[in-house]
Write a new protein. Structure first.
Length: 351
């Protein structure tokens, strides 16, 4: 049996997402409450910047003499540039940041900036199914779900706007205008640096393309909005099932996440298209099933990269491929005259 990599591309499924604070805090919603994507569901205060001032060295005095030079006390708020210690014959010591004096002793002083308020949005519209005390919540919704191969991080919510008519067409800067503002752009093959700059200027909420040229990775990682490559890094057209599902939902609101985590709980980039309340999702196929005849698969490498088909046969013996290697594989119906043989390691299951 062979257990292939799986990617979820489904027009209707039940979706559950955990929304977790980076530190214990306050939960602002309750179980069975309906939430919207931009609604703040939890918040906490995160430690901010701090500075340790070596007053004894800066004033050229012993640690015991520092107390007599202090101009502020524990708990005092200080402004950047404010004098915190001074000796008559030496330059004054000034605070390098806005903050609060939280500790002093041994000839040193600790100044901490004010904690930063972190607000956690719901990300998807749905119903709160569980509250994890002081830590987060679980939200459930029903809708379409597409997993991508690469993302630049971040989350967003906006209206899907299809920019191309064919998954083999690229996204061009000339097509991005004021009508794209606050939308999620759907491209096909790839895009260039000029298209990214035009999208940033028009304040788009996100971009979804088939492939991202490797030379644009560093530029994409600096953007304030998510970019998702559904097929991966390189010049690759968006696969037909993904393009069809996105274009079918052109004009609908969607949540997208470019977050990626490869270990300790794999996280993949995703596009979630919520459907109206009351839509019932079909029973989910459990993940981790072995590859079998009839399964829908996508080829991951040339010469059939991005092609989607159905497993027609699973030969019991390895075969020799063009490279001369003898490998296990499957016969895949790609809609051509005859099924083609593709190594198992070059296939992924589409759920």
């Amino acid at each position: 049996m062979y257990y292939p990599f799986e990617t979820q591309i489904t027009p209707l499924t039940s979706i559950s997402r955990r929304r977790i604070l980076p530190a214990p805090g306050e939960i602002l919603v309750h179980v069975d409450q309906r939430v919207e994507p931009t609604q703040i569901v939890a918040q906490t205060h995160l430690p901010s910047d701090f500075r340790i001032l070596s007053l004894a060295r800066l004033l050229n005095v012993s640690p015991a003499q520092v107390e007599g030079c202090l101009r502020v006390e524990l708990g005092d708020e200080v402004q950047k540039g404010q004098i915190v210690a001074k000796r008559f014959i030496r330059p004054a010591v000034r605070s390098p940041i806005d903050g609060v004096v939280t500790d002093s002793g041994g000839g040193r002083m600790l100044i901490e900036a004010q904690p930063t308020l972190f607000e956690l949005p719901a990300y998807i519209p749905g119903t709160v199914r569980n509250v994890l005390k002081n830590h987060g919540i679980v939200i459930e919704t029903t809708g379409a779900m597409i997993q991508g191969a690469w993302g630049n991080g971040g989350e967003s919510f906006g209206v899907l706007k299809c920019m191309v008519k064919d998954p083999k067409h690229s996204l061009h800067a000339r097509d991005i205008d004021i009508s794209c503002q606050r939308t999620i752009l759907i491209g096909g093959l790839e895009m260039n640096s000029e298209a990214i700059e035009a999208a940033q200027e028009m304040q788009v909420r996100g971009i979804v393309v088939g492939g991202l040229p490797p030379e644009l990775i560093s530029q994409a990682e600096q953007l304030p909005f998510p970019i998702i490559a559904t097929e991966g890094i390189g010049k690759m057209p968006m696969s037909d099932p993904v393009f069809r599902l996105l274009t079918t939902n052109d004009g609908r609101e969607a949540s997208i996440s470019g977050k990626v985590q490869t270990r300790w709980g794999v996280v993949r980039p995703e596009i979630i298209i919520p459907l109206p309340a009351g839509a019932s999702a079909p029973a989910e196929t459990p993940p981790g099933l072995p590859l079998e005849i009839g399964a829908r698969v996508r080829a991951l490498r040339a010469p059939y990269v991005g092609k989607v088909g159905v497993i027609a046969a699973l030969p019991s013996r390895p075969r020799i491929i063009d490279t001369g290697a003898r490998v296990r594989g499957a016969e895949v119906d790609l809609g051509q005259e005859n099924p083609v043989f593709i190594p198992l390691v070059n296939l992924e299951v589409l759920r």
